[in-house]
Design a protein around this ligand. Structure first.
Ligand SMILES: Cc1cc2nc3c(=O)[nH]c(=O)nc-3n(C[C@H](O)[C@H](O)[C@H](O)COP(=O)(O)OP(=O)(O)OC[C@H]3O[C@@H](n4cnc5c(N)ncnc54)[C@H](O)[C@@H]3O)c2cc1C
Length: 351
């Protein structure tokens, strides 16, 4: 170990991979995380019967080479998303759903065995829990002589030679105060940088049987009509846990959970039959309401807007402050692959 100490703000995938890679170089790190759990936009719920259900990041493929290499390094297995059977597309409210088959693809989507959080758990075990401090919300970052100070909401101070902020950029500039102030072009840029999936609503239903598979449905549903806009089979890799999972229309964040749940069941019964009512659990996550992920934009910001911008590759506060969340990545920004790329980029620059 050398004496340099680097503080990483955020224990999402970017923050944890950055910590992992810096440790590999012999650099001492401390990860500070606001939430009481780690993982950020990766969140796997595990039902009592062991069914893992993704409320955040789920899929990846060959187009994500950095993630695939990293999974190999950590010895984590993955499996193909189930798509076999009849899929449904609801185009208009007054016609029955169109039926189609999703063709076998050379580039399928994959899911992690045991859930995406197994990646987070493996990283945390390698980094060491003593180097990750949860329940620590950083509110101020201040250049302090030849050091940099991060102060949390309880006024505790943490000092280091460098700080790496891995929050989505819009959140990073709206919820943390910097001294001296960050350059105006960076502030403008970050406020107009999209946080991938920040506005999404995920839902999942657990079942005791994969009744849709038994009726030759794939479980995939796309809709321009109902509250469910997109849904897939979400059974475990060993087909011992059964679930359906997808996205709800983002505008339904104004409804109550009960209202959304009732509309979900109504749509599923219409599409797949009465068995859809026999679920054992309904889960949902309105990501827009997650103050540690999403901060409302001042202007209209489009998906992926300003992701991977050149300014994010620069350092600030006299080379003591860096940004490295997935949205800053030069490749696949916003995705898990981007989180790995951002971590690789920053860790390759630091000694
Ligand atoms: C619903 C959903 C579905 C997705 N699906 C996919 C998918 O299928 N495939 C894919 O590749 N990607 C997907 N993504 C994107 C993927 O989750 C992200 O690319 C990745 O997890 C981002 O990691 P990150 O570390 O850059 O950011 P985050 O995960 O956002 O991590 C930032 C961390 O900073 C913490 N934090 C916030 N404020 C503070 C503070 N003031 N002080 C300290 N800590 C703080 C947060 O709690 C969080 O843990 C999805 C995202 C969502 C939300």
């Amino acid at each position: 170990m050398n004496n340099s100490k680097i503080i990483i703000i955020g224990a999402g995938l970017s923050g944890l991979v950055t910590a992992y890679l810096l440790q590999k170089k012999g650099i001492e790190v401390l990860v500070l995380e606001a939430n009481i759990t780690i993982g950020g936009r990766i969140q796997t719920l595990v039902e009592t019967n062991g069914t893992s259900i993704e409320m955040g990041a789920t899929w990846f493929g060959k187009q994500h080479p950095n993630l695939l290499e990293f999974l190999a390094e950590l010895d984590l297995d993955y499996f193909k998303q189930h798509t076999k059977g009849t899929s449904l597309f609801e185009t208009m409210s007054f016609v029955p759903p169109q039926k189609f088959e999703i063709p076998d693809s050379d580039e399928p989507s994959y899911r992690l065995v045991g859930g995406t959080s197994s990646l987070i758990e493996k990283l945390a075990a390698s980094i060491g829990l003593e180097n990750i401090k949860t329940d620590t919300k950083i509110c101020t970052i201040r250049e302090n002589g030849d050091q940099i100070e991060a102060k949390d909401s309880l006024e505790n101070s943490y000092f280091a030679q460098k700080v790496i902020v891995t929050l989505p950029p819009n959140l990073a500039v709206n919820t943390i105060v910097y001294h001296p102030q960050l350059p105006q072009p960076l502030l403008n840029l970050a406020q107009n940088t999209h946080t991938w999936m920040g506005e999404s609503i995920k839902f999942a239903l657990a079942y005791t049987t994969p009744f849709w598979r038994e009726k030759q449905y794939s479980g995939a549903l796309f809709s321009h009509v109902g509250i469910i806009t997109e849904m897939y089979d979400h059974c475990t890799f060993d087909t011992k846990g059964f679930a359906l999972k997808g996205f709800l229309n983002g505008g339904t964040n104004v409804l109550s959970k009960e209202e959304r749940q009732s509309k979900v069941i109504q749509q599923l019964v219409q599409c797949f039959g009465k068995e859809a009512e026999n679920y054992t659990a309904y889960h949902e996550k309105v990501w827009r309401d997650e103050a540690l992920t999403f901060f409302p934009y001042e202007d209209l910001v489009m998906a992926h807007q300003n992701n991977g911008h050149d300014l994010y590759q620069k350092s600030f506060l006299n080379d003591k402050l860096h940004f490295a969340g997935s949205e800053t990545a030069t490749q696949n920004p916003g995705y898990m692959d981007g989180a790995i790329v951002a971590a690789q980029t920053i860790s390759s620059k630091l000694k």
